[in-house]
Design a protein around this ligand. Structure first.
Ligand code: ATP
Length: 559
C-alpha cells in the first residue's frame, strides 16, 4: 500500500547534502524546502508528519530519522486532519502506536474486510499459543474462538463490551469497524482486556457467579409471576370453589365494582388479586387499602392525599393518596365495612363523578380506578342500624362474590393442607411432610372460625413441631401444648374422646381462640407492640390483628 502512495524519497545527511532523491523529490520545488527545514531542525524541530509548504499541490511528508540522516517519504495526498494533528503535535506518536500494538493489557487483532487476519498482537499470539506471524492471512474464525470480528468488518457495526468465551474463560471484548476516507468499511479491530492470569481468572469467576445469580433471580421472578395470585393460587376443588373460580373468570374483565363478602380468612384478598390479574388493568398496580387498619384521623389523607402544608407533620411537598396511586389500576378497599361515615360520603362522591380533592387542596382531581371492596361484616345489619350508607352499598356492589367459609367445604382441607405443607417445605428447604389420615379426619372435624388462615397456621405449626415425615393428630396437640395456650389440655381431652364421638365445636373454637390469643400476646411482647411486625411475623393481615386485639382487650375487661 505504501508503495502505491509513495511519490518520492529524499535522504539528507548530517551536512545537509541530498544523498538520495527519487520521484517527486527530484523536483527542486519539493526538495529545496525540505533541505532548508532539515538544516534548521535543531532550532525548529520537524514534525514526523506534515504538509509541505509552498507546493503546488497537497503533499504529505513523513520523516523517518536516524542519527545524522533524515529520510523524507513524500505522498501526493492530503493526510487525514486528525492524523496530521496527532503525528504533528506528538513527537512520541510512534511510541504511542507501538504501545497500542504491543500493550500486554489490551491485545489487538486486525482483520480486513474479508475477515482475514492482518495483524495479531504478540500477547494474543502467546495466549493462543500461535507462532509469531503464523495467523496472518488466515480467516479470523480459524484463529480465535467465538469471534465475530469478521461480522463486524462485514457489517460495519461496532460491538462494544461483548463477552467472549476463549480458552474456557470469559473476556470483555470490543470490536470496532474501520472505515477509509470514502466511508468504506475496510476491516475491523478487535481488542480484549487482558489483566494477567489471576485478574482474568477472578473476573471470569465473578462473571460466572453473576450469571448464576441472574438466572436464579430470573427463575424466582417467573415463579413469583406465575404464583402471584392467579387462579392457581386459589386451592380447592369443592363445588363452592369451582363456582367461585368460574365467577372470577367471568367478572374479572368487566370494568365494574366488585364486592367480596365472606368471613375473615376465607381468601378475599387472594380473590381480589386474582380479579386484578385477570383484568385488562393487570399491567398497572393494585393498591390495597385496609380501612380497619388505618388510624381514623389519617383515613382521609391516606385515601385522598394532601397538599403541601395541609396539616402539622405533613410532608412538605404534599403526597398523593391511594385513589391517585390506583389510577389506571385497581383499588382494593379491604374491610370497607369499617370505613368511618364521613369518609363513606366522600367515597360515594368519588364513585359517582370520579373526582375528589386532596386534603388542603381545592382543585378537583380525577382517578380512573376499578374498585374491589371486601368485608366480613353483615351489610344488611349495618345498613339497618345506620353504620353503612345504602347508596354507597349499591355503588360498590354492582357484582357481589361470596366466599364460602371453610366449614362448608371441608372436602378441600386435604388439598389445602398439602399445599401449605408444600409451601412450607419450599420456604424452609425441607422435604414436604405428609398428613396422616387421622390428622386429616381431625382437621375435617373442626369448625375453623378463622377459616383458611387458621388452617394454614395450624398446619404450618404442626410441620414445625413434627419430628417425623408424617404429621399425625398428636402433632396438632403438641403445638397447642407448646404454646402453653391450651389450658387444661382441652385439645388433648378432645383428641382423647371415644371413637365415634366428634369434638365439640364450641369448646374447640374457644380453645382455638385461646391459642391464637396466646400466640398474638407473645408476638406483641417479642416485637414491643409493633403491630406491623407482629402481623408480618404471624402472617396475618393487620386488620385481622386489630380485630383480634380488640377482642382480646374486651375479653380482658370482661373478666
Ligand atoms: N383458596 C385458598 N387457597 C389457598 N390459600 C388460601 C385460600 N384462601 C385463603 N388462603 C390463604 O389464607 C390466608 C388468608 O387469606 P386472605 O387474607 O385472602 O383472607 P381474607 O378473607 O382477606 O381475610 P381478612 O378478612 O381477615 O382480611 C392467606 O394466607 C391466603 O393465602
Amino acid at each position: 500500500m505504501m508503495q502505491r502512495e509513495t511519490m518520492g524519497i529524499l535522504v539528507i545527511d548530517d551536512s545537509n547534502t541530498v544523498v538520495v532523491s527519487s520521484g517527486l523529490a527530484r523536483n527542486s520545488l519539493v526538495s529545496r524546502p525540505l533541505v532548508a527545514q532539515w538544516a534548521k531542525r535543531i532550532s525548529v524541530p520537524i514534525p514526523r508528519l506534515f504538509m509541505l509548504d509552498g507546493a503546488t499541490r497537497a503533499l504529505t511528508c513523513f520523516l523517518a530519522e536516524t542519527p545524522g540522516v533524515g529520510c523524507f517519504l513524500i505522498f501526493n495526498d492530503e493526510p487525514d486532519a486528525a492524523l496530521l494533528e496527532f503525528f504533528g503535535s506528538i513527537d512520541f506518536a510512534t511510541d504511542i502506536m507501538r504501545h497500542l500494538i504491543t500493550n500486554p493489557f489490551e491485545a489487538m487483532t486486525v482483520v480486513d474486510a474479508k475477515g482475514l487476519v492482518r495483524y495479531l498482537s504478540p500477547v494474543h499470539e502467546k495466549f493462543f499459543n500461535i507462532r509469531h506471524m503464523e495467523a496472518i492471512g488466515k480467516h479470523v474464525t480459524a484463529v480465535i474462538e467465538n469471534t465475530n470480528l469478521h461480522g463486524v468488518a462485514a457489517s460495519g457495526k461496532p460491538e462494544i463490551g461483548q463477552l467472549q468465551e476463549m480458552h474456557g474463560t470469559s473476556r470483555v471484548v470490543r470490536r470496532t469497524p474501520i472505515f477509509d476516507r470514502q466511508g468504506r468499511c475496510v476491516g475491523a479491530i478487535g481488542q480484549v482486556m487482558f489483566k494477567g492470569p489471576d485478574a482474568i481468572h477472578a473476573l471470569s469467576e465473578e462473571i460466572g457467579r453473576l450469571r448464576k445469580q441472574v438466572s436464579f433471580y430470573e427463575r424466582e421472578l417467573s415463579g413469583i409471576r406465575n404464583r402471584s395470585y392467579g387462579l392457581d393460587q386459589i386451592v380447592g376443588s369443592s363445588e363452592a370453589v369451582r363456582k367461585l373460580k368460574a365467577d372470577i373468570l367471568k367478572v374479572a374483565p368487566l370494568d365494574v365494582p366488585i364486592l367480596l363478602v365472606g368471613e375473615s380468612g376465607t381468601g378475599k384478598e387472594l380473590v381480589a388479586h386474582a380479579l386484578h390479574l385477570l383484568s385488562p388493568r393487570s399491567g398497572n398496580t393494585l393498591v390495597p387499602v385496609n380501612a380497619a387498619a388505618m388510624p381514623a384521623n389519617l383515613v382521609e389523607s391516606e385515601l385522598f392525599g394532601y397538599e403541601a402544608g395541609a396539616f402539622t407533620g405533613a410532608d412538605r411537598k404534599g403526597r398523593q393518596g391511594k385513589f391517585e396511586a390506583a389510577d389506571r389500576g385497581t383499588l382494593f378497599l379491604d374491610e370497607i365495612g369499617d370505613m368511618p361515615p364521613d369518609i363513606q360520603v366522600k367515597l360515594l362522591r368519588v364513585l359517582q363523578d370520579g373526582s375528589f380533592e386532596r386534603v388542603g387542596g381545592d382543585r378537583p382531581k380525577r382517578s380512573d380506578f376499578r374498585l374491589i371492596s371486601a368485608s366480613n361484616r353483615d351489610f344488611r345489619a349495618m345498613i339497618a342500624n345506620g353504620g353503612f350508607r345504602l347508596d354507597l352499598f349499591y355503588r360498590i356492589s354492582a357484582i357481589t362474590l361470596r366466599l364460602p367459609p371453610l366449614r362448608d367445604r371441608l372436602e378441600d382441607i386435604p388439598e389445602l393442607a398439602e399445599t401449605f405443607l408444600a409451601h412450607f417445605a419450599e420456604r424452609h428447604g425441607s422435604r414436604p411432610r405428609e398428613l396422616d389420615p387421622d390428622a386429616v379426619a381431625l382437621l375435617q372435624s373442626l369448625p375453623w372460625p378463622g377459616n383458611i388462615r387458621q388452617l394454614q397456621h395450624a398446619v404450618e405449626r404442626a410441620a414445625v413441631f413434627c419430628d417425623t415425615d408424617v404429621i399425625g393428630p398428636r402433632d396438632f396437640e403438641s403445638i397447642h401444648d407448646d404454646t402453653g395456650a391450651m389450658s387444661g389440655h382441652a385439645l388433648h381431652a378432645e383428641l382423647a374422646e371415644p371413637a365415634g364421638k366428634q369434638p365439640q365445636a364450641s369448646s374447640m373454637q374457644h380453645a382455638m381462640d385461646k391459642v391464637e390469643a396466646e400466640i398474638i400476646r407473645s408476638a406483641m411482647q417479642k416485637f414491643d407492640g409493633n403491630k406491623k411486625k407482629v402481623a408480618e411475623n404471624l402472617n396475618i393481615s393487620r386488620s385481622y390483628l386489630y380485630k383480634k386485639l380488640a377482642k382480646m382487650n374486651s375479653a380482658a375487661t370482661d373478666v
